[in-house]
Ligand binder design. Structure first.
Ligand SMILES: Cc1cc2nc3c(=O)[nH]c(=O)nc-3n(C[C@H](O)[C@H](O)[C@H](O)COP(=O)(O)OP(=O)(O)OC[C@H]3O[C@@H](n4cnc5c(N)ncnc54)[C@H](O)[C@@H]3O)c2cc1C
Length: 547
């Protein structure tokens, strides 16, 4: 019954993967030099037997015996997402918030059965896709454990099939537990791709993407799952909600928009119709170096408003580029790429490079590859290095956590007009904490997505706190930068979602009335509040009301 035996219980990805030692050595040397201190040796990783994990509060009811387990590995794997906080708590061996049961439904009928029992017996249900949440979305907090008769993690991993292809409309029907690679593998024989590549692609699912409004790594146009979703089915404690397959819709508030980003708090997405695309065959890319981040940002602004719509346009600050092995540490780099299923992208790249040059950019050697069906995007060396380190980065982050570093990211989105003010405020807020708590630290920025009206900046924070202070320091940084984001009118998240970690800032961002509207939707489909309590919106039950 248990899936994912090859996965790491304390962090990202596969337990068998090792970060190449030379890469780790470079990262250590860079950080020691930048932080002005030797880094401590890595702490040991926790073993399953040694974890602090309470026994399940109750035995599994007989009706669920064929679907659920109390297996220790399964409970450990479903305890945490993949944020820095999650990794540090896992390294501490603290699995006190493990779910009591983990269920592996095999059909939508199983989902209906599980939610009926959970509603009747007041069991908290936490939908689990790939478990890559970085906002506490799949972790039961102490209040949830105290308020419900048990906590059940609902793993959609068996619901992993492509069910139907509508070639005329170029749409596919997919089960929600399908992981990124399995989806692309099933689409490929049809000549299609979803073309949705979050960095967590390998270990995240269609249902998780929809539930969190994930953003893929393409910088412009269709990159958010919102644009790729045509319709969905959601099982709620009050029944099944199904939206219509409509290319466009002017009838009232859009139901898909209500369910997108609902983070398991309204129900469980069982399947979805998605808009797919033809596989790209034409590619053109280049790396452009800028003397200042501001010059690169100006080029990004112009690019975003040029109508060229590059598939990739990541502006990376020089320290981050150096750290990722993609830069010289002197210049800021823009990784620029175009792709199409239809026509050569050479001219578009040329236009984009002219625009960058006019704003002080120095292009490297452009790479153009036409009609290349099988190969991944052709690109220059810096871009290729960046792509590889993009995939390895989460494994490296885990290793940096083991060295006692405070190492985490946060992201947002704002208008071009507001970006300079926001950037200054965020940097000041983070730096003040790093200086006070770590005697300094590294803060870098990159743009992950570009819109004609503004960028999505993504910040990385690295500091070396006193031993035992990793979580306290990150919590202080996070509180300070979140406050700055909200005070400056930006969003608390561009694509990482709200979860539990961002909830109080989300409440400030949307205001009390809008929050009541979301809560109203929750009360309509989940009146007893069993669905992912405390995630996105406040829990409907408190410990006093425990039945
Ligand atoms: C290294 C790393 C890189 C990342 N990069 C990106 C990125 O590039 N872009 C991006 O957008 N995010 C990124 N994330 C965040 C995360 O991967 C996304 O939020 C992703 O969409 C979560 O998918 P999942 O299947 O892992 O969902 P989970 O983590 O399992 O769940 C996330 C939330 O969705 C709910 N949920 C999951 N499945 C369902 C379902 N079927 N029905 C209802 N609710 C459900 C859960 O209850 C939870 O609240 C990254 C995370 C990590 C660790």
């Amino acid at each position: 019954m248990t899936l994912h035996q090859d996965r790491k219980i304390w962090g990202w990805g596969l337990s068998t993967y090792c970060v190449p030692p030379p890469l780790l050595d470079v990262a250590r040397a860079f950080l020691s030099a930048r932080l002005g201190r030797e880094l401590p040796p890595p702490r040991p990783v926790p073993t399953l037997d040694a974890l602090t994990m309470p026994p399940p509060v109750r035995a599994i009811p007989s009706e669920l015996a064929d679907l659920a387990t109390t297996d220790r590995f399964a409970r450990a794997l479903h305890t945490y997402g993949k944020s820095f906080r999650d990794v540090v708590r896992a390294l501490d061996g603290d699995f006190s918030c493990a779910p009591d049961w983990v269920a592996f439904p095999k059909s939508e009928a199983d989902l209906v059965r599980i939610l009926a029992l959970a509603d009747r017996e007041h069991v908290a249900v936490i939908p689990f896709g790939g478990g890559s949440s970085v906002v506490g979305g799949i972790t039961a907090d102490a209040e949830t454990r105290a308020s419900y008769s048990a906590v059940l993690s609902l793993d959609l991993g068996h619901l992993n099939q492509l069910l139907e292809v509508d070639r005329a409309s170029r749409c596919v029907r997919v089960q929600a537990g399908t992981y990124g690679p399995a989806l692309e593998q099933q689409l490929r024989p049809h000549g299609y791709t979803l073309r949705h590549y979050p960095q967590s692609f390998e270990f995240s699912t269609v249902g998780g993407w929809i539930a969190t409004r994930a953003g893929g790594h393409f910088a412009t146009l269709y990159t958010h799952i919102d644009d790729l979703l045509q319709s969905l089915r959601m099982v709620t404690p009050q029944g099944i909600v199904e939206t219509r397959r409509l290319p466009g819709n002017g009838a009232g508030p859009e139901p898909n928009r209500l369910l997108l980003g609902s983070e398991g708090a309204l129900g469980v997405i069982s399947e979805a119709w998605l808009r797919v695309q033809d596989l790209p065959r034409f590619r053109a890319s280049c790396t452009v170096r800028f003397p200042s981040f501001a010059a690169g940002a100006a080029a990004c602004q112009r690019l975003s408003q040029s109508g060229l719509y590059p598939a990739n346009a990541r502006l990376i600050e020089r320290d981050e580029a150096l750290f990722m092995g993609a830069g010289d540490g002197e210049t800021h780099i823009l990784v620029l790429g175009f792709e199409s299923a239809l026509e050569s992208q050479k001219d578009k790249l040329h236009s984009a490079l002219s625009l960058c040059t006019a704003l002080g950019g120095q292009p490297g050697r452009p790479k153009v590859r036409d009609e290349d069906h099988a190969d991944p995007a052709a690109s220059d060396e810096a871009a290729e290095q960046w792509k590889q380190s993009f995939v390895r980065a989460p494994y490296l982050r885990d290793e940096l956590c083991r060295l006692g570093l405070c190492c985490e990211t946060f992201e947002t989105c704002t208008t071009w007009a507001n970006f300079p003010r926001l950037d200054a405020a965020v940097r000041a807020a983070a730096q003040a904490v790093l200086d006070a708590e770590c005697g300094g630290g590294v803060l870098t920025c990159r743009f992950t997505h570009l819109y004609p009206d503004g960028p999505a900046p993504y910040y990385t924070v690295i500091g070396l706190p006193q031993p035992g202070q990793q979580l306290a320091v990150w919590d202080a940084v996070k509180a300070a930068v979140s406050q700055a984001l909200i005070d400056c009118g930006a969003t608390i998240t561009h694509h990482h979602a709200v979860g539990k970690d961002h909830r109080r800032f989300y409440e400030r961002q949307v205001g009390p009335l809008a929050l009541q509207m979301v809560l109203g939707a929750k009360r309509a489909v989940d009146p007893l509040g069993i669905m992912n309590p405390g995630t996105l919106v406040p829990a409907l039950c408190s410990p006093k009301e425990k039945t």
